[in-house]
Design a protein around this ligand. Sequence first.
Ligand SMILES: C[C@@H](Oc1cc(-c2cccc(S(C)(=O)=O)c2)cnc1N)c1cc(F)ccc1N1NC=CN1
Length: 327
Amino acid sequence: SDSMMTEYNPNYEFGGNAISIKDLKEIPREQLRLVKALGQGAFGEVYQGFFRHRIGDAVEMPVAVKTLPELSSTQAETDFLMEALIMSKFNHPNIVHFIGVCFDKHPRFIVIELLAGGDLKTFLRESRPKPDRASPLTMKDLLICIVDVAKGCKYMEENRFIHRDIAARNCLLTTKGPGRVVKIADFGMARDIYRADYYRKGGKAMLPIKWMPPEAFLDGIFTTKTDVWSFGVLMWEVMSLGYMPYTGCANREVMSLVTSGGRLEPPTNCPPQLYAIMTQCWHPNPEERPSFSLILERLGYCMQDPDVIRAPLPVYAKPPSSERDTT
Ligand SMILES: C[C@@H](Oc1cc(-c2cccc(S(C)(=O)=O)c2)cnc1N)c1cc(F)ccc1N1NC=CN1
């Protein structure tokens, strides 16, 4: 057997028990059918495909397949394994469902549920009001997206798992249409840090500075309150329909702005009750930031508040020329 099976077999501990590679569900490759590329993941191409539970089954389940290129470093192999271990332990409706792996030989695959609505950031940008049509979304739709992510975050908080990269780009939708459910679907940052006790991908360039609190980018301190800060930025992303936070600012400018108390402005038409939750998530003192269970409670009140629910979404306004989107 090759390096994946022998040299690197890091154990992973989640919610009290340790697991390792042997606990991962191995899928026979013949039960998988890759159809089309969805885009580049952190390692290699991500494909849309189908998974047949049993050979001969007529029913095929749509899946997303993360691939690890054959010529990958040992580090990448370990990271890939760690990501599978992390995802395999979650069990929550607002966290992407892990199906299994093909680790018997190259190319290695991680198979997860396919969320046909694509990522949340793209969905928000596509849902902006256009000159010829108002946004198809209501304030309630946006609030439901935010509540879905908060539920996933609450589950991670309860299991003392720190995600480190909560952002609209890392969330997916079951569908773009009504009844959509948002799920947290990318654990790359947590995987990197879990495996190495410092962030090794090379300096600040790789860090999601605009989603990080001061204690994280200044002192490398990460707790569940780090995810609370990032969740506040995700709320801002949703309410602005997918704008890049701190539009036009470089990471260094954001770091000095935020450390001197500067914060994101309320998005157009954002109900003050929602902006209040965002600013609580951005409290300079991590302990003063609300827990995800408290955030969910406050979001619940917003869902019951007609002033919030009935607030209109912004009508068509030419995006500011400086709204350069670089993610
Ligand atoms: C790994 C990948 O996972 C998925 C992507 C899409 C998915 C992503 C985009 C578009 C479509 S779709 C609407 O064409 O079916 C489906 C659907 N389901 C997934 N499980 C992913 C998870 C994320 F949290 C964020 C982005 C991506 N990727 N990776 C490569 C492209 N996106």
